[in-house]
Write a protein that binds this ligand. Structure first.
Ligand code: SF4
Length: 695
C-alpha cells in the first residue's frame, strides 16, 4: 500500500508516537505527529524527524546474511529469504530434536507489537521469551505489582492536569515522549510546579521550580524522609489512606527513624529543603505526580526507590485522581471487545522458564522474564541448555553490561539470529541477520493503547522497502510456515489484521480516516471509592505477601552508601533528546547533530586531576580503557561521572559512528551478576572508574 500519506507509528524509539507520513515520488516529504491526537500537537522529536535519514541510509542490512567466518568477524554471504528461512529453521529443528523446544529463546525490546512473535514461540513450544526490561523498567514494574497487584501501566501520568510533578528517576525533557513533553509543558505554563531530583542538572531541571542535586545512590534515603515527614506532620491524605492503604501502621513505625536531618547527611540535600518540599507536595495533593521512573535499572536498591515513590503517591491521594495517577481503561472496561490475540492460538508451554522466573524467583512477573538470568542459563546450562537464540530488534551487546562475557556465553549457542533494521553489535556477532524493513516501509500488527480513552492504532506502510527487507509479520510468517505453524503464517497483512479485528465490530477501513479507532467517547476518570486495587484486600498493601514469602523485606532498612573507592567515580549514564540508545548514532542526520558523547565531570574533581573542559581523558576500570572528551561542569555531583548511553561503536559497517565516544557498558565487568534481587533489574550504576588526562 503506497500512497501520498499514511498514518503510522514512529519507530525511532520505544515510545511509538502516532505519526502521519507524507510521501512524494517515493520519498518521505514530511513526518509529523498524527494531527488527530491532540497531545501530539502535530510534532515529533528530532529523532522522529530523522526517520527519513534512516530510510535512505545504505549503512543498514539490505538483504538476509549468513555468516561465513567466525562469529564477529563480519564475513557474510548474501542469501535469499528462502535460503535464510530454511537455514534458520533447519538449525532450530536440530536444536528441538536434541534439546527440546525449550532450548530456543527470543528477546525483544517490549512494546505493543509482540503478540505475533510471542505466539510463534508458544507455537514451537518454548517458554523462553524475555524482553529487555531487566535493563530498563523491571524494578518499577515489580514495585507497582508488589503494592497494588497492578503493573506500572495500569495508571496514566495525567501531566496535563497536574499541580506538582516530581521527576526523580525520569528525565522527560531528554528521554522524550512527545505527548508527555507537550502535556507537561502545558501544565507548567498553567503554573504546575516541577521538582527535579537528580545527580546532574539535566535539561528537565532547567524548567524546574525546585532542583535538588542528590548524592548518587541515595534516593531511597530521601524518599524515606519524605514519607516520614508526610506521616509525622499529618500532611498525608487521610481519606485515601484509611480507605486504600493496608499496613499504614507498619509504614509509620518503619519510617520513624528516617528524619530529614538524617537524610541530609546521606543525600546532601538540606533538611530544611526537604521539609519545604514536602509542604509543597502536600499543598498540591491529590493532583501530584511523583513519577515512579522508567529506566530504573540503576542501583542495588532502585526497586525500593520506585516502591517508596508509589507509596508517596498513595499518601498524597494521587491514585485515581485527575492530575495524578488515574487508572487507564482497557477495551473491556468501556464495553468493547479487545483485539483477538495470536497467542491464544497455542497453549502456554508447561516447561519452566530457563531464567527461573515464576518457579525459582516467585516474586517476579513471568511474562517478560529476566534476560540476564536467561544468559546465565545459557552459560551454565542450569536448569537446562539453551542453544538457539533470536535477538528480535534487540542489541544486548550494547544494552547489557560486560559484552565480552556475553559473547563468550553466546559462543555456547548453536544458533544466533538477529532480526533488525539497523546494524548493531549483536547483529554483527550473529550467525544470521534477517533484515527488517524500517518502520516507514512496513506494517505492523494492530496495537491497543489502554488509556483514559482507550484506542486501537495501526502502523501502515508509507513506502515500499528500499532494499530486500521484510516486515515483522512477513518474517514470522516465513519461519512459521516452515515450522508447521500455518495459523500465524499469514499471506497478507489484511488477513492478519482481520484476524485481530474478528469480533471487535471494527473494520480495517475504520483506520483510514485517522490511523486510530477510539473505543470511548471521552476520558474516563474512575471515581474515588469506585476502584479497587488487585490485591487480596483491594487496597495498596504495604506488606507484600509475595515479597515476604520470597524472603525479601517489604520495608527494607536503608543501607548507607559508601564513598566511591580510591578517588574513583561512579559511572552513570542517561539519555539525550538526539539519540535513542545505540541505534541512532550512525543515523546521518542525528550523527551530524551529535557525533559523540562527552564525559561530564565535576569542576572541582577535574581541577584536582588537571583536566580542562574539552580535554580528552582516559576512563579506566578493570584493565579496560577508552578515551573521551571531557565536559567540565558544576552541574554534576562530584562522586559521579556521566555519559549519554549508546556510543562507542566499533563496527566497520557504521562509517559515521565508528570510533566515536565511549561505551559505558564495557566498564561493567561482572555486571550480569550485579542486580537488584528484589526488583530483578541490573544495577548498572554500581560500577566505578578512574579518570585521567590523556597524554
Ligand atoms: S518520542 Fe520521538 S523518536 Fe520516540 S516515538 Fe515519538 S517521535 Fe519517535
Amino acid at each position: 500500500m503506497t500512497k501520498d500519506f499514511a498514518y503510522s507509528i514512529c519507530g525511532m524509539c520505544t515510545v511509538r508516537c502516532p505519526i502521519q507520513v507524507s510521501t512524494k515520488n517515493g520519498q518521505v516529504a514530511l513526518i509529523k505527529g498524527n494531527p488527530h491526537v491532540p497531545s501530539m500537537k502535530g510534532a515529533v522529536c528530532p529523532r522522529g524527524v530523522a526517520g527519513k535519514a534512516l530510510l535512505n541510509d545504505s549503512e543498514r542490512p539490505q538483504t538476509p546474511l549468513i555468516r561465513t567466518g567466525k562469529r564477529g568477524e563480519g564475513q557474510w554471504r548474501k542469501a535469499s529469504w528462502d535460503e535464510a528461512f530454511d537455514y534458520v529453521v533447519e538449525k532450530m529443528n536440530n536444536i528441538k530434536e536434541k534439546y527440546g523446544a525449550r532450548a530456543i529463546a527470543l528477546t525483544d525490546r517490549g512494546g505493543p507489537f509482540r503478540d505475533l512473535h510471542r505466539a510463534f514461540l508458544r507455537g514451537i513450544g518454548t517458554p523462553n521469551y524475555c524482553n529487555h526490561d531487566a535493563s530498563c523498567a523491571r524494578n518499577v514494574q515489580h514495585a507497582a505489582l508488589s503494592l497494588t497487584g497492578m503493573g506500572r501501566k495500569s495508571v496514566k501520568y495525567d501531566l496535563k492536569n497536574a499541580s506538582h510533578v516530581v521527576l526523580q528517576t525520569r528525565n522527560i525533557f531528554e528521554a522524550i515522549n512527545v505527548q508527555e513533553v507537550n502535556d507537561l509543558t502545558d501544565a507548567l505554563e498553567k503554573g504546575c510546579k516541577l521538582t527535579v531530583i537528580d545527580i546532574r542538572a539535566n535539561i528537565s531541571s532547567t524548567k524546574a521550580s525546585r532542583y535538588m542535586q542528590i548524592r548518587p545512590g541515595t534516593d531511597y534515603a530521601l524518599n524515606l524522609a519524605v514519607i516520614h515527614e508526610l506521616i509525622k506532620r499529618k500532611l498525608y491524605n487521610r481519606e485515601f489512606a484509611s480507605q486504600y492503604i493496608k499496613g499504614f501502621a507498619d509504614l509509620e513505625a518503619f519510617v520513624g527513624q528516617y528524619t530529614p536531618q538524617w537524610a541530609e547527611s546521606e543525600t546532601g540535600i538540606p533538611a530544611l529543603q526537604i521539609c519545604q518540599f514536602v509542604e509543597e507536595l502536600a499543598a498540591s495533593q491529590p493532583s501530584v505526580i511523583w513519577h515512579p521512573g522508567w529506566m530504573t535499572a540503576r542501583y542495588h536498591d532502585s526497586f525500593y526507590v520506585s516502591r517508596t515513590i508509589y507509596i508517596i503517591n498513595a499518601l498524597l491521594g494521587s491514585y485515581g485522581a485527575k492530575g495524578g495517577l488515574p487508572f487507564v481503561s482497557k477495551p473491556a472496561d468501556v464495553g468493547r471487545k479487545g483485539l483477538k490475540e495470536f497467542m491464544s492460538l497455542y497453549p502456554k508451554p508447561e516447561e519452566k522458564r530457563a531464567d527461573g522466573v515464576g518457579w525459582k524467583y516467585t516474586h517476579f512477573e513471568e511474562g517478560p522474564g529476566l534476560a540476564h538470568l536467561l544468559y546465565k542459563a545459557m552459560e551454565t546450562e542450569d536448569p537446562y541448555p539453551v542453544k538457539g537464540y533470536i535477538a528480535y530488534r534487540h542489541d544486548p551487546l550494547m544494552g547489557f553490561p560486560d559484552p565480552e562475557r556475553l559473547k563468550k556465553i553466546w559462543d555456547n549457542l548453536d544458533l544466533l539470529v538477529s532480526v533488525t533494521f539497523s546494524w548493531s553489535d549483536t547483529a554483527w556477532y550473529s550467525d544470521v541477520v534477517l533484515p527488517l524493513s524500517t518502520y516507514l516501509e512496513r506494517e505492523s500488527i494492530i496495537a491497543t493503547n489502554n488509556s483514559l480513552k482507550p484506542f486501537f492504532y495501526m502502523r501502515q506502510r508509507a513506502l515500499s522497502p528500499r532494499y530486500d527487507t521484510k516486515a515483522d509479520w512477513e518474517i514470522v510468517a516465513g519461519l512459521a510456515k516452515r515450522m508447521g505453524l500455518p495459523d500465524i503464517a499469514f499471506d497478507s497483512v489484511e488477513d492478519l489484521w482481520n484476524f485481530q479485528l474478528n469480533g471487535t465490530d471494527v473494520k480495517i477501513e475504520d483506520f483510514s480516516k485517522t490511523g486510530m479507532v477510539q473505543l470511548a467517547e471521552k476520558p474516563i476518570y474512575k471515581e474515588f471509592g469506585s476502584f479497587k486495587f488487585k490485591t487480596d484486600s483491594g487496597k495498596i498493601e504495604i506488606i507484600s505477601k509475595k515479597l515476604e514469602k520470597a524472603g525479601i523485606p517489604s520495608l527494607k532498612p536503608y543501607v548507607p552508601q559508601p564513598l566511591p573507592p580510591d578517588g574513583k567515580f561512579r559511572l552513570t549514564f542517561g539519555r539525550c533528546a538526539l539519540h535513542t540508545q545505540g541505534h541512532t548514532v550512525n543515523n546521518p542526520l542525528l550523527f551530524e547533530q551529535m557525533p559523540e558523547n562527552l564525559l561530564w565531570i565535576n569542576s572541582h574533581a577535574a581541577e584536582r586531576l588537571n583536566i580542562a573542559d574539552g580535554d580528552y581523558v582516559n576512563v579506566e576500570s578493570n584493565g579496560h580503557s577508552e578515551s573521551i572528551c571531557a565536559k567540565v561542569t558544576d552541574c554534576i555531583h562530584p562522586e559521579a561521572v556521566f555519559v549519554v548511553h549508546g556510543f562507542g561503536h566499533r563496527l566497520p559497517v557504521e562509517s559515521r559512528a565508528f570510533g566515536k565516544g565511549l561505551a559505558d557498558n564495557n566498564f561493567m565487568l561482572g555486571g550480569l551478576d550485579i542486580w537488584d534481587q528484589a526488583g530483578g533489574a541490573i544495577a548498572y550504576q554500581e560500577h566505578f572508574v578512574s579518570v585521567s588526562k590523556a597524554s
